[in-house]
Ligand binder design. Structure first.
Ligand code: 8YV
Length: 326
């Protein structure tokens, strides 16, 4: 019997064909709706492999019911949707898709910074709504990006790729990270700052840290209050790193000038979310890695990892390396 691979989202035919060459493959087929939890649990109960996305909670409940499961190939660099300890205990290999999405996510992050600073979505709506009736010197003026200070919180691969883009805009690069990043310091002139120093100095605070126990709720109201009133906050990593109500309050009170957000506490956000009526918020639907090339590369990485597990090879991007001891 061929191993059963369940894919929790609609994916391109090329991916289904590749997997179908060796496995029995089923996929969720609705593009605009996530697989309901009961169906995911039911499929997981007999699956040998799952290809998941970050909104699928691969928790102890799921893992306890998935007695045949050998591998979860999560189509993301982040794996905060997965209980790693439970996965290792159940002998399930967890794989992610690092590297292939680094530049694409950095492009989007920098585009979001530019869009926020130069009010691009607001300006586009203004034109599309037929409001552009004359030209005025102060119409839709934004803030310069070049020669300003960017403060990157989380100087991993994506943070470093954003720093490279910032260097091209002649920005001064500040960063805060668990560890010093000597290469970024030498190559890009990046300067290490404590979290508080970075908040106080940066014109653009860009959050690119992974979500974990150390970063959940990292940004509270007091942190936005430490930022300059003209500063802008950009988040392209994970919503729960921010106390979202604190950010709403900070924007309403004018603690900071604007925010560009690709990620939110609960995704998708509701149609009546306060961010949606704020002109100084650019909101995107978590599209950091969403280019045709990168999404295909991410799915191919998932296929590589699934194949490795069934061929008894170590998967290239295994997250819970301790699973190999089980
Ligand atoms: C994913 C992401 O593409 O890689 C991550 O961690 O957040 C995105 O790149 C998206 O969340 C789909 O799982």
């Amino acid at each position: 019997m061929k191993p059963f691979v369940y894919v929790t989202r609609k994916v391109p035919d090329d991916i289904v064909s590749r997997l179908s060459a060796s496995y029995h493959v089923e996929t969720w087929t609705e593009e605009d709706k996530a697989v309901p939890r009961d169906i995911l649990l039911q499929k997981a109960a007999s699956a040998d492999a799952l290809l998941t996305v970050i909104s699928d909670a691969v928790n102890d409940e799921l893992l306890s019911h998935a007695s045949q499961l050998k591998v979860v190939a999560n189509m993301a660099v982040g794996f905060d949707n997965i209980d790693l300890e439970s996965a290792s205990r159940h002998g399930v290999a967890i794989c992610n898709t690092p590297d292939v999405l680094t530049d694409t996510t950095a492009d989007l992050t920098f585009a979001l910074l530019l869009a926020t600073a130069r009010r691009m979505t607001e300006a586009s709506e203004f034109v599309k709504e037929g409001k552009w009736t004359s030209w005025a010197p102060m119409m839709l003026v934004g803030t310069d990006v070049h020669h300003k200070k960017i403060g990157i919180v989380g100087m991993g691969k994506i943070g470093t790729a954003v720093a490279k883009r910032a260097a091209g805009f002649d920005m001064e690069i500040l960063y805060h990270n668990r560890k010093r990043h000597e290469v970024a310091e030498e190559m890009l002139g990046a300067q290490y700052r404590s979290f508080d120093e970075l908040l106080q100095e940066a014109d653009f605070v860009v959050c690119l840290a992974p979500l974990n126990d150390g970063t959940r709720g990292l940004f509270q109201r007091e942190h936005f209050q430490k930022m300059k009133k003209e500063a802008m906050f950009i988040n392209a990593s994970r919503g729960p790193i921010i106390n979202e109500q604190a950010l709403i309050d900070a924007l309403e009170a004018g603690d900071i000038a604007a925010a560009g957000l690709d990620v939110f506490d609960k995704e998708p956000i509701s149609a009546d979310h306060p961010f949606l009526s704020m002109k100084n918020v650019v909101a995107l639907p978590h599209i950091g890695s969403a280019s045709k090339e990168t999404r295909m590369a991410m799915m191919m990485t998932c296929c590589d990892n699934i194949e490795a597990v069934f061929d008894d090879r170590p998967p290239k991007t295994l997250v819970n390396k301790d699973v190999l001891q089980f």
